[in-house]
Design a protein. Structure first.
Length: 116
């Protein structure tokens, strides 16, 4: 997830989000808050450079309390609180990559036979 966030956004020296990292000209401002979770329990969160320290502290407390997920479509436990703190009514979510288990096993077998 760290690699995904590192590629998805540009960051400053404090790892605060600056812009959305797109391949075409022009820059789009990064979101004020990014929460990335995986089904293996890893979670990361990042904040845009202009989010106040007080707000960052409140959001980090909630992020640290997010449970491990088993379904990639599960909304964050504190979704409503995030929205309230950020004074927002819009968010996006979804998998960045999803590889079904049978494909992993299939490609592992191919690789062990040196077919790929």
């Amino acid at each position: 997830m760290n690699i995904h966030a590192g590629v998805m956004f540009t960051h400053d020296d404090l790892m605060r989000l600056r812009t959305i990292n797109e391949p075409w000209p022009g820059e789009s401002t990064a979101p004020r808050f990014f929460l990335g979770r995986t089904i293996d329990g890893a979670a990361i969160w990042r904040f845009r450079y202009d989010v106040s320290g007080v707000l960052v502290d409140k959001l980090e407390q909630l992020c640290a309390d997010e449970p491990v997920i088993t379904d990639i479509h599960t909304r964050p436990k504190h979704c409503e609180a995030y929205m309230d703190l950020l004074q927002s009514d819009h968010y996006t979510m979804g998998p960045c990559y999803y590889v079904p288990l049978y494909r992993c096993l299939f490609y592992r077998r191919l690789a062990s036979r040196r077919i790929i």
